[in-house]
Design a protein around this ligand. Structure first.
Ligand code: ATP
Length: 249
């Protein structure tokens, strides 16, 4: 049976749709093999979280929207899984927010970068950073190839949005003085723990909610946005998320 035969009324439709998008992404060269495994780990946590957005994630999304709007140069770091799962949302968030878009891969090959670039363009994403070799630099706090970033993107950013990021790289960005918005279903991952704002929820649910919150939060004054950020406690959010996982495991 192929995904085409699965009716939307199927109780696991959303989960099967994500698997389908990730598997198709793999065939098109957008998703790396390790991306398939990362998706599986995410699925397990999503199952434990009841596959829905919890109040602690809503709080974090509100803070993330305020932080994006209060930042001077916020950037969304796009990897293969995000590109495969949410290409239309990436185009929409670029339209409604000051976020720059950078393709930044853990397993970087020119072929994958090109496949992601073409895919994002087809879905309406406009200017995409991270692809011009002459604009690449290395983050000082990491010494290997995985730390290559765009000098006009992540290198110059004050805030970086990192969905499904590897822990080493997430921690390196923090060491480099960046604020980070981590979106990760595992509240125990090093990425999640290192975030300035950590949204423990599935990226496919987070993106539309974040887009809506950015639109709402844009109507507030800067001091109202600062108040949201001052009242936000990421440690408490992580504790609530971990408790939710433990309740269901
Ligand atoms: P660490 O941050 O400690 O290095 P890790 O080794 O698990 O953690 P990776 O395997 O590189 O990190 O990244 C995968 C992460 O992405 C996992 O924590 C997984 O839960 C998360 N993840 C996978 N799919 C999704 C998704 N659709 N939405 C949100 N998070 C996801």
């Amino acid at each position: 049976m192929s995904f085409k035969d699965v009716p939307p009324s199927h109780p696991r439709y959303q989960s099967l749709l994500m698997r389908h998008l990730i598997a198709e992404g793999g065939k098109k060269g957008i998703v790396a093999d390790s991306g398939l495994i990362a998706h599986g780990r995410g699925e397990a946590f999503d199952y434990l979280l009841g596959e829905k957005t919890a109040p602690f994630a809503e709080k974090a999304i509100e803070a993330a929207a305020a932080l994006i709007l209060e930042s001077k140069r916020p950037i969304l770091s796009v990897n293969g899984n995000l590109a495969a799962l949410c290409p239309d949302d990436i185009a929409e968030i670029q339209r409604v927010s000051p976020l720059g878009i950078e393709v930044n891969l853990f397993y970087r090959t020119p072929k994958r970068e090109r496949a992601i670039f073409r895919h994002l363009k087809r879905h309406g994403v406009k200017s995409i950073l991270g692809l011009k070799k002459s604009d690449t630099v290395r983050l000082s706090s990491m010494d290997h190839a995985r730390r290559i970033v765009d000098k006009n993107g992540i290198a110059a950013a004050d805030t970086v949005i990192i969905p499904l990021e590897d822990g080493d790289r997430a921690e390196a960005l923090v060491r480099d003085g960046k604020k980070t918005v981590v979106i990760d279903l595992n509240p125990l991952s090093r990425s999640a723990v290192s975030g300035t704002v950590t949204v423990v929820d599935n990226i496919v649910r987070v993106m539309p909610l974040l887009i809506r919150k950015i639109k709402e939060t844009a109507a507030l004054t800067p001091s109202q946005r600062q108040e949201i950020l001052a009242a936000y406690d990421n440690r408490a959010v992580l504790k609530e998320a971990e408790a939710a996982v433990r309740r269901h495991s």
